[in-house]
Ligand binder design. Structure first.
Ligand code: ADP
Ligand code: MG
Length: 729
């Protein structure tokens, strides 16, 4: 039989370009046409219902049954007019992806007839069977009911003829089973906390929105080659593969000309995204071959999170039309860059002030410095929690390697801001502000955006970097939901802002002047949170040592990192602010452990199966070719010549035998370790056993398989090679 690898390669060579059908008109003509956005609501809703929904979106508050019925009726006619036949509550279970259960609008009525129905009840609440979603043991299967409840702040949309209604997902007993519930709570919390701080400086602020602009990195691979790699299909990454002679060393891919085939795909998914109101704007080649990035204009965080989830779905669907497969895994290939999802994060007031953008006046600059210092302080207090929020089996492999931030948390603010903070620390004495600090706030801080945006003072290696008017959180994994890290980040900053206010207010009641009170607390925080600031190269060995001496943790192992979710400190933080209860946190921790264990278990099986069923038989086949060759040589050559000329041949036979021997041994040992791990009942010990005892075999086995790839005849090798996967036609 001809090998699957060559069949797949032939398919890719014969690919004809897939053309994109461009919609009529400009992008602004079809932008958002598949969402029940403000415009659609105005067109379809009665005036009173429209006002009520808008108020609920802007200020929160409930929507009563009567209004819900009106919204449902309007949604139904809008959606049916756009070709929708079904509706679904769309939610974010703890799997990290999205879930939907479709119901048809159609309902039979008497007389062998049917009508389309959709009531307020069906809009507001649904009861999907929750028993198959991860819950960390919150529900037993016999009480499997879960509720989904409408989130009016994220507009309903139509995806593949189904009206999707963004919802939260909670258990019958009220516990959150999803990522949206705690996120919305954390966003409300930081809104209130930040407004209180803004009031010190600007009485007009009464709402603070979190803004999020994510940058999504991904790899593309030809679908035929993808299906010839069982490891890609089952784990999302290549568990073997020798480096390609050329990969990213020439840096010729980054920002290079986008290949035509890829450009067609990008145009196609951008059209879909725009129809769904996802404001994608930037596209470019990334550093590694076949790696790309897509970034939208930032939006309110809850909406941005939904849009990212939706975009990951669209990427996959549209790619298939182009015979491409999107790899969202954090490390699909060894020894070249992995993929992340940079979360650009800031705070925006109802008066249009970006709180992380230095202002033009002394007072707006002091407001900016106040937020900056509180963020650093929050990060210093809860760095481990932020670390836990991005820890996954996939991200473990990316962090700390090839242009990815290490698993040590630190923040970069640039030399200019560092000087300013140092000056505040030095020059504020007993809360008194010297004239040069005043001047500093007036004159020097306003220069920051220009300096930073100039790119002269950027640090690409920091996991949490100030970039002129926002922080860029770079440690988030490419396949992960932004929700986890956004919940943690907003929660810890909100908590810190509340503490700051308490401290400032204790000075104010003692008649200390407002500016002085603020400076006193800022000075204290600047000194206390110095440890978290690092301006140097985060990829360097020195930083790892330095971080250790500062007492900063470097945990690139998920089972250990996520323990932070259940420490007393974390539980207090979440319970104080009513984001999640201890029970919910423990449940999440258990669900993450299970997820980790299952992923490593699957990878381990794939490694074993491929090694034994795909690689070793081929190695033996080639070894036999060499052995027969040696025998034939012996027949035709005199003994002396044979001994001289067969030396390399014999060495090759020996080498192949050694590798086969080692692979078999390691796979055997790995299976034994897996069996031991499977017998462990407790989730934490089991995940740790997989991490410490099973996972290390992947590298050991891989080493020998990648050596074999270089020894065995290319014609026989069963798996598409790195050069074929990475440099597609
Ligand atoms: P990079 O240089 O890292 O590639 P850009 O400067 O192009 O990134 O911007 C990256 C992202 O930052 C974009 O998605 C953009 O929308 C987002 N962004 C810009 N301003 C803000 C803000 N105030 N809040 C949140 N995100 C923002
Ligand atoms: Mg970026």
């Amino acid at each position: 039989m001809e090998s699957i690898r060559f069949k797949a390669l032939e398919t890719t060579w014969n690919r004809k370009p897939v053309n994109v059908v461009l919609p009529k008109g400009k992008a602004s003509d079809y932008y958002g046409e598949m969402t029940f956005n403000k415009k659609a609501m105005r067109d379809f809703l009665p005036e009173k219902a429209y006002k009520k929904v808008m108020a609920s979106i802007e200020k929160g508050g409930n929507i009563d049954r009567k209004i819900a019925d009106q919204v449902a009726a309007s949604l139904k006619s809008w959606a049916i007019g756009k070709g929708a036949t079904h509706y679904s509550h769309w939610f974010h279970p703890l799997t990290g992806s999205t879930a939907e259960k479709h119901d048809a609008f159609i309902n039979p009525v008497e007389g062998n007839d049917a009508i389309e129905e959709f009531s307020g009840n069906e809009l507001i609440q649904q009861e999907p069977d929750a028993s198959s979603f991860p819950s960390g043991g919150i529900r037993n299967t016999f009480e499997a009911r879960g509720y989904t409840a409408w989130d009016p702040t994220s507009p309903a949309f139509i995806l593949e003829n189904t009206l999707c209604i963004p919802t939260i997902f909670v258990s019958y007993t009220g516990e959150a089973l999803d990522y949206k519930t705690p996120l919305i709570k954390a966003l409300n919390l930081i809104d209130r906390a930040a407004v209180d701080i803004c009031k010190y400086f600007n009485k007009n602020v009464n709402k603070v929105n979190v803004t999020l602009g994510w940058e999504q990195e991904y790899f593309l691979v030809d679908t035929a080659l993808y299906y010839a790699r069982p490891d890609l299909i089952l784990t999302g990454r290549t568990v073997f593969g020798h480096d390609s002679a050329k990969d990213q060393q020439l840096s010729d891919h980054y920002f290079g000309v986008i290949p035509n085939r890829v450009l067609n795909f990008m145009k196609d998914f951008e059209i879909e995204a725009h129809k769904l109101g996802i404001p994608v704007k930037t596209r470019h080649n990334e550093v590694a071959p076949s790696q790309f990035e897509c970034a939208p204009v930032f939006e309110e965080a809850n909406l941005a999170v939904d849009h990212n989830q939706l975009l990951m779905h669209i990427l996959n669907v549209v790619a298939k039309r182009h015979n491409l497969t999107v790899l969202l895994h954090e490390k699909p290939y060894a020894n070249i860059n992995g993929s992340g999802k940079h979360n650009n994060w800031s705070l925006m007031t109802n008066t249009g002030i970006n709180l992380l953008s230095p202002g033009k006046t002394g007072s707006s600059n002091l407001m900016f410095i106040t937020f900056l210092v509180n963020i650093l302080k929050a990060l210093d207090t809860h760095a481990n929690l932020l670390g836990a929020s991005i820890a996954t089996a996939g991200n473990d492999q990316r962090l700390g390697g090839h242009e990815a931030p290490p698993a040590i948390f630190s923040a970069f603010i640039g030399s200019h801001l560092t000087d300013i903070l140092n000056n505040i620390e030095k020059k504020v004495k007993n809360g008194k502000i010297t004239p040069d600090i005043q001047e500093e706030l007036h004159l020097n801080i306003a220069k920051i955006p220009e300096i930073l945006l100039d790119n002269t003072d950027r640090n690409r290696t920091s996991p949490f970097a100030f970039t002129g008017n926002k922080f860029e959180f770079r440690a988030v994994g490419s396949s992960d939901t932004c929700s986890k890290s956004m919940t943690v980040l907003n929660l810890i900053v909100a908590d810190q802002l509340k503490k700051f206010k308490e401290e400032v207010d204790t000075h104010l009641v003692k008649n200390v002047r407002k500016d002085e009170a603020i400076f006193r607390v800022l000075k204290k925080y600047i000194s206390e949170s110095k440890n978290i600031r690092f301006e140097g190269n985060n990829y360097s060995e020195e930083w790892i040592k330095e971080a250790e001496s500062r007492g900063l943790l470097n945990i690139s192992s998920t089972p250990l990192a996520i323990k932070t979710f259940i420490t007393t400190k974390t539980v207090n933080l979440y319970e104080t602010h009513k984001i999640l209860t201890k029970k919910e946190l423990v449940a999440r921790y258990e669900a993450y452990l299970e997820d980790y264990t299952k992923k490593i278990q699957i990878e381990s099986r794939v490694v074993g199966d491929l090694a034994i069923n795909h690689i070793i038989p081929v190695a033996i086949k080639y070894q036999n070719v060499l052995i027969n060759n040696a025998k034939d040589l012996k027949d035709v050559l005199d003994n002396k010549t044979y001994v001289r000329l067969s030396r390399n041949l014999i060495t090759s036979i020996k080498e192949i035998s050694e590798h086969i021997f080692e692979i078999k041994n390691f796979v055997g040992e790995m299976i034994s370790e897996r069996r031991l791990a499977n017998r462990i009942a407790k989730n934490d010990a089991k995940a740790l056993a997989y991490n410490k005892n099973v996972f290390p075999y992947f590298e050991k086995i891989r080493y020998h398989i990648d050596k074999l790839e270089m020894l065995v005849d290319d014609e026989l090798w069963p798996l598409p090679k790195y050069r074929e996967l990475l440099f597609m036609k």
